[in-house]
Design a protein around this ligand. Structure first.
Ligand SMILES: Cc1cc2nc3c(=O)[nH]c(=O)nc-3n(C[C@H](O)[C@H](O)[C@H](O)COP(=O)(O)OP(=O)(O)OC[C@H]3O[C@@H](n4cnc5c(N)ncnc54)[C@H](O)[C@@H]3O)c2cc1C
Length: 464
């Protein structure tokens, strides 16, 4: 999930393949499009029907009596929410210790607690909506090979410990040549194990890896979840919830105690607007004087395109989430490899689906969902990533799915949740920075609390 440049010398020797996501393949038919056909008023306008927008609508409807209008330019769950790895993970795409250095230890720990607790919010949303989406939970593992990897993650763990949070478990091989160099302040945050245990946890015959960090993980189809929660919201709150798809928000004007929007030729008036657009807005936000309303530079989306491939095995295997750091220092240029394995439901029964990720490219042109998957990149993933995902799988086989999606990165690498500092009617729940499934749900609940008038303590997520 860390950005990396496009591989040099990618020459289209192999045919490009259609982009096909396993999560979109599981969706029910959406039915006809329902664009806005008239001007409309609402208390809250939510823009974007991915996991952030659906979670925001869910919690706002649940904890207020407000009228909510959710507007989506495409169909529900067709953005990053339908094109991710679907891993339930709660880390920041930047070391927690560096967030603590910037914002202070207590705000960093509070932010981490929020992400950790989002597991419960997900369960609440799934249970209350009657969603049938399969949610699997297990312990996931990250392979580390250098002193830098271990000290960075143990320092994160120190922030967790001091903040009274659940600690990640860390084991270091008795054969690690850096064992004696681990700083004494980190003692008690790891245990020493035989190298065979490292191999077993990582399911890998590769003794470069000398340590493992393990934590609570899981996986689910976030696209299917949002489709089902949307259907629930439309029934449960039929009197005050409205959804329009095929409706592009072009312009938002904040001021006069509310927000005015222009969306595919229709006008919307709302008391507040929440942008859940993953940052890729395609719209302009202005104040009443026509001046642009923007966030601090550290909070402006740059973004990358993330690529994934997956293969099916008939043999049932335990669900798993593994990542393998491949550069010597955290933050270096070589992407880490991440693999998720889960039960996948098909009309003819359950199979095991293993998803492989890693490559991310900068965006040099507008992303298009139906753009093909570069054949040469798939061949590279087959060479480099497949041996981590399933060493027994022979090279060169076709993949069952290969797809790409937008990753909303920001220079500050911390999600933005809350009201604009000068325009309280404009709120944000966006900027996944690589990990956005649970954080979007956490953000939705936080937005609902803000809209109920609760005065929240400052947080690392505050828009600036
Ligand atoms: C390849 C890949 C792998 C990933 N893997 C993981 C993972 O394993 N775990 C994890 O936690 N996260 C992962 N992520 C990130 C995660 O998927 C996203 O953070 C999350 O889905 C974002 O949800 P969202 O609702 O913010 O955005 P989206 O799902 O992109 O939804 C935003 C919606 O806003 C709509 N929109 C935008 N502008 C407008 C407009 N002007 N008018 C109307 N509608 C508009 C878009 O059409 C879109 O439907 C991954 C992402 C990718 C791409």
């Amino acid at each position: 999930m860390t950005p990396l440049p496009a591989p040099a010398g990618l020459v289209g020797a192999r045919p490009d393949l259609p982009s096909r996501s396993p999560w979109i393949a599981q969706l029910s038919p959406d039915g006809p499009r329902r664009p806005l056909r008239a001007d409309v008023e609402a208390d809250v306008l939510v823009v974007g029907a991915g996991i952030a927008g659906i979670a925001t609508a869910f919690f706002v409807l649940r904890s207020t009596s407000m009228r909510v209008l959710l507007v989506e330019r495409d169909r529900v769950g067709r953005g990053a929410t339908g094109r991710n790895a679907g891993q339930l993970t709660t880390y920041f795409e930047r070391p927690l210790a560096s967030i603590a250095t910037q914002f202070g230890e207590s705000l960093a720990a509070e932010a981490q607690r929020g992400f950790d607790d989002a597991h419960d919010l997900l369960d609440l949303m799934a249970a209350e909506s009657g969603s049938t989406v399969r949610i699997e939970r297990f312990t996931g593992h990250m392979g580390m090979s250098t002193l830098n990897h271990v000290t960075v993650h143990l320092r994160n763990n120190l922030v967790r410990r001091r903040g009274g949070l659940r600690e990640e478990s860390c084991v270091v091989s008795e054969d690690a040549d850096f064992l004696d160099a681990i700083p004494s302040e980190l003692e008690g945050l790891f245990s020493v194990v035989p190298q065979a245990r490292i191999r077993e946890l990582l399911e890998l015959d590769d003794d470069r890896y000398r340590a493992v960090l393990s934590d609570r993980k899981g996986c689910a189809n976030s696209g299917l979840l949002v489709q089902q929660v949307l259907a629930f919201l439309e029934t449960r709150y039929a009197d005050r919830f409205r959804y329009a798809d095929g409706t592009h928000v072009d312009r938002l004007v904040v001021g006069d105690g509310g927000v005015r929007a222009e969306a595919s030729g229709r006008r919307i008036r709302a008391g507040a607007a929440v942008l859940c657009t993953n940052g890729f807005t395609g719209h302009v936000v202005e104040d009443g004087h026509g001046d642009r309303v923007e966030l601090d530079e550290a909070q402006r989306i740059t973004g990358t395109i993330g690529f994934m491939a997956a293969f099916v095995e008939d043999e049932r295997r335990e669900p798993a989430a593994m990542s393998y750091i491949r550069n010597a220092e955290i933050g270096g240029p070589t992407p880490y490899v991440y693999v998720t394995r889960r039960t996948y439901d098909r009309p003819d029964g359950e199979v095991t689906l293993t998803c492989m990720g890693g490559p991310e490219w900068p965006i040099d042109h507008p992303w298009a969902a139906d753009e093909p998957f570069p054949g040469e990149l798939l061949a590279q993933m087959d060479d480099v990533v497949r041996p981590y995902a399933q060493p027994r799988r022979p090279p060169g086989l076709a993949y069952d799915f290969q797809w790409h999606g937008l990753m909303g990165y920001m220079p500050g690498m911390v999600r933005v949740i809350g009201a604009h500092p000068r325009h309280g009617q404009l709120l944000y729940n966006l900027g996944c920075n690589g990990v956005g499934f649970l954080p979007s749900i956490f953000g939705g609940e936080r937005i609902a609390r803000i809209l109920t008038g609760e005065s929240l303590a400052p947080s690392v997520f505050d828009p600036r």
